[in-house]
Design a protein. Structure first.
Length: 240
């Protein structure tokens, strides 16, 4: 990956899009301290990532990563257990998370009995319940059908509006990026560099269904498709 420099403001929702293999997930892994940059630095509040405690960053992966032997409540409680949060406080925070995610009544259910969308909600709340300052999301809804994906877009926006964590969200889906983000970082093909940083001019709060029928949404999509389409067209031309 070539030099890829951009900033994310506190409380901002930033999406990263670009061709496959351009380094989107690598950027997330560097922010999360899972990968060490070969050059340059990743800074949080002006300090290198390695100087920050892991508790400041939460990560939601594409696969739901819930533990099949743990119930919904015990999956959500996992991070709190690791941090030694007392049982009464842990139970209170899990109850709040279950209610926020619309999982009431499923506290004692095991993952095998849940839909893919519900398992992803469990994984999301397991991360949010420990109150990370920064939430990293690597195509968390990529494997879901359109209806479930839109439902989870609405859930995520509602939770984000309530908590206002800083979010860095990787996706291949331009519609998803426009629906969720304040700004969208567009990367070039490999080796990835920042081609553009696009500010989404859609007002909040956003209705994920009605939004897609608006002229404003169509305009945002057209601008982004032109930026990314140039990259794809150049790639196809070189391959030919």
């Amino acid at each position: 990956m070539e030099r890829a420099a951009f900033e994310v403001l506190e409380g901002e929702f930033v999406a990263i899009v670009g061709p496959s293999g351009c380094g989107k997930s690598t950027i997330l892994n560097m922010i999360g301290g899972l990968v060490v940059p070969s050059s340059g630095a990743v800074l949080i509040d002006g300090a290198p990532v390695e100087a920050r405690a892991p508790r400041h960053v939460g990560y939601v992966f594409q696969k739901d990563t819930v533990f099949p032997w743990r119930t919904v409540a015990r999956n959500i409680a996992l991070g709190l257990e690791y941090r030694g949060v007392a049982a009464p406080e842990r139970a209170r925070r899990v109850r709040e998370a279950v209610a926020l995610a619309g999982l009431a009544g499923f506290e004692d259910a095991f993952p095998a009995t849940l839909s893919g969308g519900m398992r992803q909600r469990v994984a999301l709340m397991r991360t949010l319940v420990v109150d990370p300052e920064i939430l990293l999301m690597d195509e968390p809804f990529g494997a879901l059908d359109t209806h479930t994906k839109l439902t989870l877009h609405a859930e995520l926006l509602r939770l984000w509006e309530a908590r206002r964590q800083t979010v860095v969200f990787v996706t291949h889906d331009l519609s998803e990026a426009i629906t969720l983000a304040d700004r969208i970082v567009v990367l070039t093909r490999r080796p990835g560099r920042v081609k553009a940083v696009h500010e989404v001019k859609l007002t909040r709060p956003r209705d994920v269904i009605a939004l897609r029928e608006s002229d404003e949404y169509a305009g945002e999509y057209g601008q982004l498709w032109h930026i990314l389409g140039e990259e794809l067209a150049e790639h196809d031309g070189r391959r030919a």
